[in-house]
Design a binder for this molecule. Structure first.
Ligand SMILES: O=C1C[C@@](O)(C(=O)O)C[C@@H](O)[C@@H]1O
Length: 154
């Protein structure tokens, strides 16, 4: 079985590419997903993507990931990063390792964006690299899982 990644995007990330472009750039979410899917395949992994503007839908998708034996989750929780105990509990509940990604540098913005309900439980946190953060996350997960690129482990 190839290793599998679930790429989750939370509220408002469907607007990526058109939303506040000075902060988030001009690359759309479908484009990010197409690239990440191809990148994962090139590293002998599968990648499934899901975006929702609804906290409960994201939680349901995380629960389903356990039944699907997903190996790693990459999540940009959007604004739920700073508010959601329930999303934290879902990720801890399924016990699937995850990487937290933010397109913008959340530490260089409003004070409330410096608090994350997920970061202390994430294997890694990537912020401020623009949409390259997703590519970095997929490459990191491959190394962590010991696939692709000579099976190097982090
Ligand atoms: O929706 C988002 C996007 C974001 O997660 C990012 O990718 O930089 C940062 C969050 O603070 C914000 O609410």
């Amino acid at each position: 079985m190839p290793k599998s990644i679930l790429l989750l995007n939370g509220p408002n990330l469907n607007l990526l590419g058109t939303r506040e472009p000075t902060l988030y750039g001009s690359t759309t979410l479908p484009s990010v997903i197409t690239s990440a899917t191809a990148q994962a395949a090139s590293l002998s992994m599968t990648l499934t993507a899901f975006q929702s503007n609804h906290e409960g839908a994201l939680i349901d998708r995380i629960h389903a990931a356990r039944d699907e034996h997903v190996d790693f989750i990459i999540i940009n929780p959007g604004g739920l990063t700073h508010t959601s105990v329930a999303l934290r509990d879902a990720l801890l509940g399924v016990d699937i390792p995850f990487v937290e990604v933010h397109v913008s540098n959340v530490h260089a913005r409003e004070e409330f964006r410096r608090t994350s309900y997920l970061s202390d439980k994430a294997v890694a946190v990537i912020a401020g690299c623009g949409v390259f953060g997703y590519e970095a996350a997929v490459a990191f997960v491959a190394r962590r899982l010991g696939v692709g690129e000579k099976g190097a482990r982090l």
